[in-house]
Ligand binder design. Structure first.
Ligand code: PEP
Ligand code: MG
Length: 920
């Protein structure tokens, strides 16, 4: 269209040429670093070609072409031209032409995205065969049966994957043919039978796709390539990408590769091999080989495979060549590689290689082994393992080699494997646990009242809520297994039943029935499933010596030693400090054992639950100064003793105590329940006037959006005496610890600050109390006073707020909810799935920091804070503090420390080390 107006002449033509996007790369043109453009498979084929390894000639159609196709709905016209050129180059190299009637060149078409992905189109082999070239192949190969079998396979694969015909039509025709001929196995069918099958298959194509099977080889190639593009958007591919956090807009590449045949008799075959054992990491000769077979036969498991050692006897020359290629690839990639190969009449061909997938345990072992072998540095070794892999190694896991009945699969909110009888309320959880039973607390959703039940339970299962729901956050904090948002479940706490509606069937479970909850996968099973312990957890909790001592075998010892080596290196390299979110001595101890350097968030509202809730309620409901004083006086010793214990546990380490931040409704009776009670009591004439008074206060304080209501500093400033109470408790506890010879390091943190004035007032009141206690005790108590940055206004005005703050801690949970304007307790289970499908989020912004939105506010906050105070300490204490991707961002932002649940402390240490190595 554009050249209609373009001036004539050479210059303009050259310009036009220069603009033509390059959609096709010969294997000899690319390299391994071009995965974005050529996909994983294409980039590695190019790399092997560059290395001079025997790769059949071919070319890769880029992901750019796929994206253009997905965007415009048509194949870009330049592509057809470039494919012609590339194809002719292959034809010239080999001296044969695609689909030639005498001696045909045949090709395979395979998808190959940046990340290997199930759900994409399967490979189509033997493209180029038609009614004429099949005869040519028969002659050239001297094997008529092989030629016709190849042709029938092409029509079957093409029909199924390119034309979307149900595979069953082809397989039933094949079965019927075997029955008719009285044979059992595919390869027992003779030439005539295969010719008949080809006719039948063509008929099936015509009937179900409404077209004749394309005889033109180039049409076959183009249709197959377009089908690969289309397969990017299959439902399975979408689901997989969502789960694996792979962006939906990458597109896939297409690899067109000359066919080589492993099914050309006894001197041919096909196989796969690994340069090291992918489950232990040990180097050696690992692989399978199948004589006289094509790739799909290996997967189909029709015949028993041979080992590579057997290949050494069958074909020593190919074996030697393969071993040399394996070593070359491992040295070149400096990592474990897996390789697909084919031997065609004694000639070895490599069809694919990639840095091999491996178990989490092997990842640590291989990284450490490669360091020992001086193939990689310790820094590089850190980039070869991930926090996610470490997490997998930390949890006890369910055995998978046993029979299991799946009840439901929901949000894996807090990893682990828990088995127990179901209970529906706290009392039952506590009493059964006290009898030594293992229980799973099942709730529609949890609230702070459920804490005793959660503590008593081995696992928690909820029908509502997402990864930052109360159940999820608290369970993670406790390192307790939790699955939440299981919408298929109906929880009737009153009837004490759990009803599961699945696949049209209904199962009703009663209190005490046993279930198994897998917080790593989100699966819930009926009945008992055996659990296996994790040696890495033993290491993290009890140290290297004990873990080595307890290890059952050499492999386990090697694993533990590798994890230790990489953790130690991460600690040396990381710039981010790692603290924990903990509000009781047990959690604090766990955190320290796992390497926490302090507490970044002690949520004091968690100290006011259970029986103590009444005192807070009294404080809120107090009408007179006297009533208020009484409530405060009752709370002081309790708070003080909490802090004494915490400061003792954290002796010598920083402990950020956040003053109370409860949504008010969590400390008041439920409005509806109380209204009903008062109404009923009134009718019965049994109404207690205190209840009526309480109802009036509850009604007055009722909030439609409690998370945006009288919370944090707002409550502290409006409820007289509360700041003073908490600061006094901290100060007096510190004095007690000092008297005992300890080294308490509390830091006082004010939540939900939006304006500098709020902080100023809170600070003045806190300082006054500190001064008083200093005066009384004779100890200097000048603890740092800082605030959370968890509102957009706070981030934007951080330079001003910094004037009153000794430190900041980003509360990324609230900052996310207030930046997006959605309530974290309500939205995750409700519409996040749709948002991820629509590509609005890649991952939940409550899980991984939303860099472009919330992240920018953090960046502004950090810059402004340091403009006012250059060395201001900046922490992060929201859930993102333990998330691998977010930690990388926090490192780049120059944050001083992250604070996360005790369980995630090792993951944060490792990821902080990785971030330092990767970003410098
Ligand atoms: C936060 O908002 O990120 C935070 C840590 O505070 P909380 O989750 O207790 O509101
Ligand atoms: Mg908060």
């Amino acid at each position: 269209m554009t050249y209609r107006h373009a001036p004539h002449g050479k210059a303009s033509i050259d310009k036009k040429k220069a603009k033509m996007p390059k959609y096709v790369y010969m294997f000899s043109e690319g390299d391994k670093d071009q995965k974005d453009l050529l996909g994983g498979k294409g980039a590695n084929l190019a790399e092997m070609t560059r290395l001079g390894l025997p790769v059949p000639p071919g070319f890769t159609i880029t992901t750019d072409a796929c994206r253009a196709y997905l965007h415009d709905g048509v194949v870009p016209p330049e592509l057809a031209v470039q494919v012609t050129t590339a194809l002719r180059r292959v034809e010239e190299d080999l001296g044969r032409q695609l689909g030639d009637a005498e001696d045909p060149l045949l090709v395979s078409v395979r998808s190959g995205a940046k990340f290997s992905m199930p759900g994409m189109m399967e490979t189509v082999l033997n493209i180029g065969l038609n009614d004429q070239s099949v005869e040519g192949l028969a002659k050239a190969s001297g094997d008529e049966r092989f030629a016709w079998d190849s042709y029938r396979r092409l029509i079957q694969m093409f029909g199924k994957t390119v034309l979307d015909i149900e595979g069953e039509h082809f397989s039933s025709a094949l079965d019927a043919k075997k029955l008719e001929k009285g044979v059992k196995l595919d390869y027992e069918l003779d030439v005539d039978a295969l010719k008949e099958l080809v006719d039948q298959y063509k008929q099936i194509v015509k009937e179900h796709a409404g077209i004749d099977f394309p005889q033109d080889p180039r049409t076959q190639l183009d249709m197959a390539s377009e089908a690969v593009f289309r397969s990017w958007n299959t439902e399975r591919a979408h689901i997989y990408r969502r789960r694996e956090k792979i962006p939906h807009d990458l597109g896939t590449a297409v690899n067109v590769c000359t066919m080589v045949f492993g099914n050309m008799g006894e001197t041919s075959g096909t196989g796969v091999c690994f340069t090291r054992d992918p489950s232990t990491g040990h180097s050696g000769v690992y692989g399978d080989y199948l004589v006289n077979a094509q790739g799909e036969d290996v997967v189909a498991g029709i015949r028993n495979t041979l080992s590579l050692a057997d290949l050494k006897n069958i074909d020593p020359e190919s074996y030697r060549e393969l071993r040399a290629a394996m070593r070359k690839l491992e040295t070149h990639y400096r990592d474990l590689c897996d390789i697909e190969f084919t031997i065609e009449r004694g000639k070895l061909w490599l069809l694919q290689t990639r840095v091999g997938k491996r178990t989490a345990a092997a990842a640590f072992r291989v990284a450490s082994q490669l360091v020992d072998e001086k193939l990689i540095t310790l820094d590089e070794a850190l980039t070869r393992v991930t926090g996610e892999q470490l997490t997998k190694l930390m949890f006890p896991q369910f055995a998978t080699d046993v029979e299991r009945q799946l009840l439901t699969k929901a949000m894996p909110a807090s990893p682990g494997a828990a088995v127990g009888g179901i209970v529906f309320d706290n009392d039952e959880a506590v009493s059964r646990a006290a009898e030594g039973q293992k229980v799973i607390l099942v709730r529609r959703e949890t609230n702070p009242d459920d804490l005793p039940g959660m503590v008593a339970a081995d696992g928690v299962l909820t029908a509502r809520g997402g990864k930052t729901s109360h159940a999820a956050v608290v369970a993670r904090g406790m390192g307790k297994t939790c699955v939440c948002g299981a919408e298929e479940l109906e929880v009737d706490a009153e009837a004490r039943t759990l009803t599961v509606n699945r696949d049209g069937k209904q199962i009703v479970l009663h209190s005490g029935d046993v279930i198994a909850v897998d917080g790593t996968t989100g699966e819930v099973f009926l009945g008992e499933v055996p659990v296996v312990d994790s040696p890495v957890m033993t290491y993290l909790r009890r140290g290297l010596d004990e873990a080595l001592y307890r290890a059952e075998d050499a492999d386990t010892r090697e694993l533990v030693a590798s994890v230790h080596r990489l953790m130690r290196h991460a600690d040396e390299r990381r710039r981010l400090r790692v603290r924990a979110n903990a509000d009781n001595p047990d959690d604090a101890r766990h955190a320290i054992h796992r390497g926490a350097e302090g507490i970044g968030l002690c949520r004091t509202e968690h100290m006011f639950l259970g029986e103590r809730k009444q005192f807070v309620q009294d404080l809120i409901l107090a009408q007179t100064d006297e009533e208020r004083e009484q409530a405060l006086a009752a709370l002081l010793p309790l708070q003080k003793s909490d802090f004494v214990k915490m400061l003792e546990t954290m002796d010598g380490k920083s402990m950020t105590v956040r003053l109370i931040d409860p949504p008010l409704h969590e400390f008041l009776p439920d409005l509806t329940e109380l209204s009903v009670k008062v109404a009923l009591d009134r009718e019965r004439g049994t109404l207690d006037p205190a209840d009526e008074k309480l109802l009036a206060v509850v009604r007055k304080n009722h909030e439609a959006n409690p998370m945006l209501g009288l919370r944090g500093v707002r409550l502290l400033l409006t409820l007289p005496g509360l700041i003073e109470l908490q600061v006094r408790a901290i100060a007096e506890a510190a004095v007690e610890r000092l008297r005992a010879g300890g080294s308490p390091q509390p830091e006082i943190m004010i939540p939900l600050v939006g304006s500098v004035r709020e902080l100023q007032i809170a600070r003045e009141r806190a300082e006054k109390v500190l001064a008083e206690v200093s005066e009384q005790s004779g100890y200097k108590l000048d603890f740092p006073i800082g605030c959370m940055i968890e509102l957009p206004r706070a981030a934007i005005s951080a330079d001003t707020i910094a004037e009153e703050a000794d430190f900041f801690s980003f509360g990324t949970n609230d900052l996310t909810q207030t930046t997006w304007g959605f309530s974290r307790d309500d939205v995750e289970g409700v519409f996040f799935g749709h948002y991820m499908d629509a590509g609005i989020f890649g991952t939940s912004p409550f899980e991984t920091i939303d860099e472009r939105g919330v992240g920018r506010l953090m960046e502004t906050g950090a810059k402004r804070a340091r403009k006012t105070k250059a060395d201001m300490k900046l922490g992060v204490c929201g859930e993102h503090g333990g998330d691998p991707d977010s930690i990388d961002f926090f490192h780049r932002l120059g944050i001083s420390y992250v604070s996360c649940s005790p369980f995630r402390v090792p993951v944060a240490r490792l990821e902080a080390g990785r971030a330092a190595v990767i970003n410098g």
